[in-house]
Unconditional design. Structure first.
Length: 86
C-alpha cells in the first residue's frame, strides 16, 4: 500500500477497526493462557494450542466489530487528521 496515497473514509475506518481488533487480541491472549484446557472438552494438547491464537483473534474481531473498547473512533479521527495535513 502506498502510504502517501489518500485513503477513502471507508478504508480508514476498516484500518482503525483492524487496529482495535489487533489491540484487543493482544489484551485477550494472556487471559486465554491462564485457562487449564487439559481438563476441558477437547483435552488440550498441541492441536488446541495451535488453534488458540486464531480463536483469540476471531473473538477480538467480533468485539471490535460490535463497539469494542472505543479505540477505533479516536484512531480514525487521528488518521483522517493526518491525511488532511498532507
Amino acid at each position: 500500500m502506498n502510504v502517501h496515497a489518500t485513503q477513502t473514509p471507508a478504508a480508514l475506518a476498516r484500518a482503525a477497526q483492524a487496529f482495535e481488533a489487533t489491540t484487543l487480541s493482544q489484551l485477550l491472549a494472556p487471559m486465554f493462557d491462564t485457562v487449564d484446557s487439559a481438563h476441558g472438552a477437547f483435552g488440550g494438547g498441541e492441536g488446541e494450542a495451535a488453534w488458540r491464537p486464531m480463536l483469540v483473534d476471531a473473538i477480538a474481531k467480533q468485539i471490535a466489530a460490535h463497539g469494542g473498547l472505543g479505540l477505533a473512533g479516536p484512531v480514525l479521527r487521528q488518521m483522517m487528521q493526518m491525511q488532511e495535513d498532507k
